[in-house]
Design a protein around this ligand. Sequence first.
Ligand SMILES: [Cu+2]
Length: 309
Amino acid sequence: MTSTRRTAAALAALGFSVLSAGVSAQTVDVQGAWARATVQGQKATGAFMTLTAQSAGRLVAVSSPVAGVAEVHEMKMNGDVMQMRALSNGLELPAGKAVELKPGGYHVMLMDLKLPLQKDTTVPLTLVFKDAKGVETKKELKVPVSQTAPAGAAAGGMHGDHGAKGHGTASAPKGSDSEQIAAVMKKQFDRPDAPLSVAPVTVLGNYAVAGWIQGGKGGRALMQKDTNGWFISVCAGDGLKDAKVLQTTGMPLDHAAKLAAAVNAAEAKLSKEQLALFASFEGMLKVGPAGHGAAGGHGASTGHGAHKH
Ligand SMILES: [Cu+2]
């Protein structure tokens, strides 16, 4: 127990409320809160909202009865890899300024989930704020659960609506082929609680092979380009650096041989550990352009980990 808490408790015992004792309690406005729905077996998800503190303070702790562990996280680009970490000192809330917690940015991470978060239900969430004087206040919320950001909520960054949109309905990713491929894969599989890293990407004509790692798992994706842009054709492991296996996906043999050689060259400088992760994807999973946006089908909400059996 901190001394301020003891003081507050003592004042309360004497019949004073903390407010009337002249200690300014933190008032924080919460708008558009929502938590992302999960599927059976998924152990983590994110909760998002916009916070506006009347006076400067911090969001120092979060808790929910549905989660064994709840933390305030930030997502940051480290080189070209998106990483997520807990804010050990809490999230700063400048006076009067709206701070958005949204997919791809700051978020409340709910981990060790005790049960799946079902769409159209609510989950209790407790936010603990600390003002400039160190006084803590709690705010209890009932947060609606949904698959994507509700209208009016802080719109998602790269995580927004993943899996919900079909091939070609969203604006096509811009940039080089590798950038577009990474964007397409992240759109489908990146999650706040399991960031996806994509590299290396080996492009040959309208085909490419991209290595990926997510949450201690990995594999390779065969990408194909049609008039709507790049899409995930096949998910596999070491097969995608083997010309004979590539040929079975419908690629001409000479193209398959060239692509396999290019993939092996691109991966030549990778560590044994990274190559072992790419190899760890068992079997081959056909995705194809129709797989785009098939929420649930290719694990749009469960991530790549789901199809390693
Ligand atoms: Cu997180």
